[in-house]
Design a binder for this molecule. Structure first.
Ligand SMILES: C[S@@+](CC[C@H](N)C(=O)[O-])C[C@H]1O[C@@H](n2cnc3c(N)ncnc32)[C@H](O)[C@@H]1O
Length: 227
């Protein structure tokens, strides 16, 4: 079913989720047009699997033969995501999905344990949806230190035209600090190599309320000089 035909629930995908998904879709389109045949099937990562909505989206728009990795530290989330992903997997038998009940700061180990042919694949997209599991334990929140460790690993691997998105909840406890840490990291990415965009609520208090922001990082293609 094309994304435009999926019925919208009142809360999902939110406006920022939709922007994050559009950025991933753009990377997938660029991959199909430019890199598809040379680079081999790519990897897409959901670093905060939660209830599996974002991972199901990644799978729906992944280029043929892609590997989708999902990571969440909570068994309850991994179970919910596995259930949601069952139907999505049936619709994409060409792709492989692997989910891990681990802290995303362990992504280097997770990646290193992939079969050799998969660990050589290019990373096309990665998404973080920070905070807690909707409907779950609010004390199990993402933390700036592990978010940054995972982010650094993924930024290093991201291919040109690839996209990394971080959906921040600045109204959560620790949310403003976590967003600042991600922004500090994003701000030092060289502008000739990266496009970084932040989109944030303009009419909500940044802390203590329900404010959110989205940070998108796109690795730019290396331009080939003519002549
Ligand atoms: C907002 S939810 C993610 C929503 C999800 N992307 C979806 O589509 O339903 C945030 C998730 O991050 C997970 N989480 C918190 N700390 C984590 C960590 N250090 N490593 C991996 N996942 C973590 C939580 O368990 C929670 O399920």
């Amino acid at each position: 079913m094309p994304a435009s035909a999926v019925p919208l629930s009142p809360s999902r995908p939110s406006l920022l989720d939709t922007l994050a998904h559009a950025a991933v879709e753009r990377a997938c389109t660029a991959f199909r047009q430019e890199a598809g045949n040379e680079a081999g099937p790519p990897v897409l990562v959901d670093a905060t699997l939660g209830n599996g909505h974002d991972a199901a989206f990644l799978l729906s728009c992944a280029p043929p033969g892609a590997l989708v990795l999902g990571v969440d530290v909570q068994p309850r989330a991994v179970q919910a995501a596995a259930e949601r992903l069952r139907a999505a997997c049936d619709a994409r038998p060409d792709c492989r999905v692997q989910i891990f009940c681990r802290d995303h700061e362990e992504l280097p180990e997770i990646w290193a344990a992939l079969p050799p042919e998969e660990r050589e694949r290019p990373l096309l997209a990665a998404v973080f949806n920070l905070g807690w599991l909707p409907g779950g334990d609010k004390s199990c929140l993402t933390r700036a230190d592990s978010t940054l460790a995972a982010l650094d690993f993924l930024l290093e691997r991201l291919m040109p035209r690839g996209c990394l998105s971080v959906h921040c909840y600045t109204g959560n406890d620790g949310g403003p600090e976590e967003e600042k840490a991600v922004l500090r990291r994003a701000a030092v990415l060289p502008p000739r190599r990266w496009r970084v965009i932040r989109c944030a609520d303009a009419n909500r208090e940044p802390a203590g309320g329900r404010a959110e922001s989205l940070i998108l990082m796109e690795r730019l293609p290396v331009s080939r000089r003519k002549g």
